[in-house]
Design a protein around this ligand. Structure first.
Ligand SMILES: [Zn+2]
Length: 126
């Protein structure tokens, strides 16, 4: 009897894991053209770009000492260079999924990828 219960539990856990992974996968699909890259600095929107084609653009944001160089290539975005002490934003690399975020905590910079019409996530706007 105990063995049966354990098997049931494992089956349930496996089913749950599959459904959780399924959700993760469906959310991890790359954004479609028309998505936007939104950059906020100190909770102010400083840049909003439509991710449309395969062209490449870079922006230097902030001032020396608090600088992030943000790059867009097609529907992908990354922080190329930053003079923050932890370099976490640079190490995150490319993002191209709906809801993906690049965060530079020392500079309070947030780069977000968002599909058009997606709900606004303003967790950091406060
Ligand atoms: Zn950083």
């Amino acid at each position: 009897m105990k063995k049966m219960k354990r098997a049931d539990f494992l089956m349930g856990a496996a089913a749950l894991a599959v459904s959780v992974l399924g959700i993760a996968w469906s959310q991890a699909s790359p954004v479609k053209p028309g998505a936007e890259m939104i950059v906020r600095q100190h909770n102010h929107e400083v840049l909003r770009v439509e991710l449309t084609d395969n062209s490449e653009e870079t922006w230097t944001l902030g001032e020396p000492g608090h600088q992030n160089v943000v790059q867009r290539k097609g529907t992908r975005a990354r922080v190329v260079k930053a003079d923050c002490p932890d370099q976490i934003c640079v190490k995150q690399g490319w993002v191209d999924k709906d809801g993906d975020q690049l965060l530079c905590v020392p500079h309070r910079l947030l780069v977000e990828i968002r599909s058009k019409g997606a709900k606004t996530i303003d967790a950091l706007a406060r």
